[in-house]
Design a protein. Structure first.
Length: 313
């Protein structure tokens, strides 16, 4: 591993940064923190289902210092599904949208940050195809010296059910297709498109969870999906020693997913446990956890493939 070009607290020049599930929750908070970190020649590609929410985020980034314009080189297509897959505290997506991607950023030739938004559903094949096309179009640009891909999109599944309630193969396959398969496909597509460029750095982040390590009653799909994603990215780290790979568990976040956990979890004991977290003020603000992830990326000292929890930092 070692240090990489652009690591450290300074801004990262010429970075292609991709965040899935960016429209709300942890993904939205992380995008807000990453934008000022990305220096001249960089592009921030935001993927989520809700075109409207992405447009609002792009406008916010513009208002805080990224002037926007209608760049003729804007990316088309669409991309991800629901919002952050995190601990009992963050997730699922927003309303679907069919808008094509749009570019907010400076005029062509400018050295400022460009923000591209791509709206679609990673849970369906067409959305995944369009997301892949947008990544290939973006990453063919040889001027980027750094790639940062954050696999944040994910969903809880039906947490009102126990293990024995899952008898519908289509429901199960649909869940794993979105929460595991799409992350594998998008990551492979991005890495192949970017390539192994001499002197360039490539970092892949998987937003993980305590549920990747410990079983939670009523959360069979979510726990299995998070565990599978962790192992999948550990294999990537092993196969590609030139990559930096991180499984980051953001802690119990105060998001819509946590609200679902408190109200919809089938197991009463688990539901009450989530309620106590909220009542005792022990939920974590997304921005606080996102700041810790940014710190990890800036320091770049984690072992590639490691699982790092919010409380470990």
């Amino acid at each position: 591993a070692g240090s990489v070009p652009g690591s450290g607290p300074g801004r990262w020049a010429a970075t292609a940064c991709v965040v899935t599930g960016a429209s709300r929750g942890f993904g939205r908070s992380l995008a807000r923190l990453l934008a000022p970190q990305l220096g001249p020649g960089s592009v921030l590609l935001l993927l989520a289902r809700s075109a409207e929410a992405l447009a609002e985020l792009a406008a916010e980034l513009r208002d805080t210092g990224n002037d926007t314009g209608n760049d003729p080189g804007s990316a088309t297509g669409s991309a991800t599904g629901s919002d952050p897959g995190n601990d009992p505290g963050n997730d699922t997506g927003s309303a679907t949208g069919n808008d094509t991607g749009n570019d907010t950023g400076n005029d062509p030739g400018s050295t400022g940050l460009r923000v591209q938004c791509v709206a679609a559903d990673l849970g369906c094949e067409e959305g995944l195809r369009r997301a892949g096309a947008a990544l290939r179009e973006l990453l063919q640009d040889a001027s980027f010296g750094r790639l940062l891909l954050v696999n944040n999109a994910g969903s809880l599944g039906d947490i009102s059910k126990s293990f024995l309630d899952f008898t519908d193969l289509e429901e199960i396959n649909t869940y794993f297709s979105f929460n595991i398969s799409s992350a594998l496909c998008l990551t492979s597509t991005a890495l192949r498109a970017f390539g192994a460029r001499p002197g360039c750095s490539r970092t892949v982040v998987n937003i993980s969870s305590l549920c990747a390590r410990e079983p939670f009653r009523s959360w069979a799909l979510y726990c299995a999906g998070k565990a599978a994603r962790d192992m999948m990215f550990q294999v990537l780290a092993l196969e590609e020693p030139g990559l930096r790979v991180l499984n980051y568990a953001p802690g119990p976040l105060d998001t819509d997913m946590q609200l679902l956990a408190r109200t919809k979890t089938g197991d009463l004991g688990m539901r009450q446990q989530f309620q106590r977290l909220q009542e005792k003020g022990q939920l974590i603000e997304s921005s606080v956890s996102a700041q810790k992830l940014l710190q990890l990326l800036q320091e770049d000292s984690f072992p590639s493939g490691a699982h790092v929890d919010f409380y470990d930092i």
